[in-house]
Ligand binder design. Sequence first.
Ligand code: KDG
Length: 321
Amino acid sequence: MPEVVALGEPLVQFNAVTTGPLRHVTYFEKHATGSEANVCVALVRLGVSCGLITRLGLDEFGLFIYNWLRGEGVDVSRIKFDPERPTGIYFVQRGYPLPGVSDVVYYRRGSAASALSPGDVDAEYIGGARVFHTSGITLAISESARDAAFRAMEVARSRNVLVSFDVNYRRKLWAREGDAVGVLTKALGFVDILFLDSDEARLLLGVSEPGDVFREVSARFGIGKVVLKLGVKGSIVYWDGKVARADAFRVPVVDPIGAGDAYAGVLLASVLRGLPIEQAVVRASAAAAMVVMTRGDEENLPREEDLERFLSGYGRQVDFR
Ligand code: KDG
């Protein structure tokens, strides 16, 4: 049984090879992505086993993702193929109008993963893990996927499996902001380890200062492990009464998509391996920086030796600070 089980939609990403508006882009590069799949790959690259519960279309893109995840060592035994529905895809516009910032265009409505339902939630499988991970994206893609995510969180809680949740608010996936606030707030009631950024904190809690965010989530939802991502200002983590911070590593940004998943996956891998939280946040921050240096969300996810080389060599030959 894997140490971590995740639930969510993998997607094929078509990333613009050149920057600028998509209407002028001719070449796209194909990548296996999707938030929870990214977290799984981040974990297995650091030696922590992870299984993904999902559905893929029985099509070329579904096979591509399946083979990629299997090749990376993710447990694919709970992935189902749907011959009726397609695998979700999306396009990435890079560096326009803002340098270093990307935009996404989704083609995922009615995808195979949007048909995820509570029937896909294998309680024994989740019950055998140490951590269950999902995100606000899974809560947004369809009602049945949302039900599956809530069911999986309930199962995890009832079996003493820690629930890790990344708010991952994606405005384009919700009809109304108010719907998102209602559903995401309900989810916080199931969470043990919470990842969110300042905008998401403002949206869900009405506060964004680190001390206020921690106070709110701990008083209202009893969450004791909170990771607040502050973009270029780094991150601050409240972990069972301890506070740890990490600066953001300054690197040339090719595409920032996937940074949050790299952070979450590497932080989880590090704490599951028994590293102190102060070390885990620095490693997570380094992994996020590594991922934004290239197109695609998973290619630059570090193995242990890559992480060590980054941390020991950062700023020595080229100073981006
Ligand atoms: O976190 C990165 C993901 O956002 C990206 O791979 C696409 O999963 C995705 C989504 O739903 O936005």
